[in-house]
Design a protein around this ligand. Sequence first.
Ligand SMILES: C[S@@+](CC[C@H](N)C(=O)[O-])C[C@H]1O[C@@H](n2cnc3c(N)ncnc32)[C@H](O)[C@@H]1O
Length: 439
Amino acid sequence: MTPGARLHAALDLLEEMAASPRPADAVTQAFLRARRYMGGGDRRAVTARAYGMLRRHARLGWWTGDGSPRERLIADLVLTDGLDRAALKGLFTGMGHDPAPLTAAERDLAARLAGQPLEPAEMPEAVRLELPDWIAPPLEASLGEGWRTAMAALNTEAPLDLRANALKTDRDGARAALAEAGIPAPGGVAEDGPLAPLALRVHGRVNLAATPAFRDGLVEVQDAGSQVAAALVAAAPGMAVCDLCAGAGGKTLALAGAMANKGRLLACDVSASRLERAKVRLRRAGVHNATLRVLDAESRKWLKRQAGGFDRVLVDAPCSGTGAWRRNPDARWRLAPADLESLQAEQDAILARAARLVKPGGRLVYVTCSLLTAENEDRVSAFLEGDAGAGFTPVPMADAWADADMAAPCPAPAGATALRLSPADHDTDGFFVAVLAKG
Ligand SMILES: C[S@@+](CC[C@H](N)C(=O)[O-])C[C@H]1O[C@@H](n2cnc3c(N)ncnc32)[C@H](O)[C@@H]1O
């Protein structure tokens, strides 16, 4: 594809994203599936432009008066790439698959923006930080002094983190298997990921799904922060463990590894389709001790019978996903204040349901990928103060960390009863973990 044709394809992708209620990654997958003729370099260039522009969405909107995807693209080429009029003309030729030549109004826009910085001093802070106005205050209140740095880190591209599957290999074995498949680039090595003992980190885009290391279940894609959250469950062989919001099984897989396939692992979710995806991943990873259960209207009685049956119950709660904005840069624009309110009610209800499943002497582990106190500390406090939390006490994070057998030192401050991870401070996605013991 010519450079102009790549821009045209990026524009088509951005227009599809703008018109679709679905998340950007789902739209991108469908877009690329429908264009199998595109080579690897073209795909990378097209998605890099589209995702880069998603990360600059508010700033480009500010400059273009919430302009169309095409106006934003022109603004991006001028403000980010520093292209001049002649360079734009060379891309917008209208020939072959290049985009149509600039109109008079578009030429005026490019002239107005020429030589301007992407972030001028007069740009409002929420725009500069790529935040919807309503969420800036609660994020600032939740993160305190370093919130601007945290927001900037949250708007960068996330690396690809993998977890070596302890059921099949160790970290060095997985690294060697990846290297054999040319991952990362030939001659490079997958470095150790932060904090989590089985984490490997790969920079740049790679076709992981095509490697034997992935197909044979030696590695799974999982952010290092998510790996830490799963490790803090401190699941061990022979235990009964329930992953109540298992989704597509990211943490279930890690729990199965920690249990060495021994004991009972129950993975539940309200979404049958996510559990279907978990099934495929569990099979590939060689997990034999997991049972999957879709939670529906009929499940109430069944769950009652499970009361007091588990050494560990993990609640990886549905949440705002603010901590994962590096991976889903469009998510911040799809979140509304009302979502946050209903999520908190859901989190309280799931915690109460989970509490009944824990054995005396067992643990309830509450996890979100949110950075907001309202979904984290406030939910744990509400739980402990309410009837559902009677008999539960928070485990000091240093103790939970020691129980999880982590090699790295505990990153939580001394005396903390919860762990907060963030891209700025820990180089992971944002996560919150609280471990609660049942007396
Ligand atoms: C953060 S995601 C889970 C991610 C998953 N644990 C992983 O590591 O890949 C939250 C999940 O909670 C599920 N969920 C929402 N409401 C639920 C409920 N009432 N009970 C159980 N699961 C629920 C959602 O379908 C979603 O899959």
